[in-house]
Design a protein. Structure first.
Length: 196
């Protein structure tokens, strides 16, 4: 199952052909194990939580839920209800009661939050090594920095653990780690997505 492609088109084609979302979730956790990189995630959803969230989606319906069963990760300065937000600083941690607007919209579209990813503390830095947690390893060459501040999000996506990940980008914090891990980072036009 580890050969499942996680781009949205391939996932939807596989789901339409009868692949279960359980198989995708199992593959996510297998890839996390194979990456053997404790620096990617600060917090992970449990397999049971993801399976329950997937079950709640109902049957595969890419029209009603265009991201049905698509796994994604969230930089740990963006709120996910029930998962701690640390911004890379354990002393700052709090447990949000609700999702950030972008997370809520993705979940409403059927996407599944795998976990919260590491970052340069308080999203301040472009190298991805300014964290009290283990530093994520560059997905292309572990001798290189992963880039920051959205380091964990870039590495999780580049390693194929998730289909995509949310980051933040004030002055390159999403695009630089994407480039250093051989993927694409997109900074939407200011105001196109709520920053709430």
């Amino acid at each position: 199952m580890n050969d499942i492609r996680f781009d949205i088109g391939s996932l939807h084609a596989a789901y339409a052909s009868g692949m279960s979302v359980r198989a995708v979730i199992e593959t996510v956790f297998q890839r996390i194990s194979e990456a053997d990189d404790p620096g990617i995630f600060i917090h992970l959803a449990s397999k049971a939580e993801l399976l329950a969230e997937a079950e709640a989606l109902g049957g595969f319906d890419p029209v009603a839920k265009p991201l049905w069963g698509v796994p994604f990760a969230v930089k740990d300065n963006i709120d996910v209800a029930g998962m701690p937000t640390t911004a890379g600083c354990a002393e700052y941690a709090y447990l949000p009661a609700k999702d950030a607007t972008v997370v809520a919209r993705l979940r409403a579209a059927g996407a599944l939050v795998v976990g919260k990813t590491n970052l340069d503390q308080f999203a301040t830095g472009l190298v991805g090594v300014r964290t009290p947690y283990p530093v994520p390893r560059n997905a292309i060459d572990p001798k290189l920095v992963p880039g920051g501040s959205s380091s964990g999000s870039a590495v999780a996506t580049a390693r194929g653990i998730v289909s995509f990940a949310l980051g933040t980008d004030t002055a390159g914090s999403g695009r630089i780690p994407a480039g250093l891990n051989n993927i694409v980072g997109l900074k939407p036009t200011v105001g196109a997505l709520s920053a709430a």
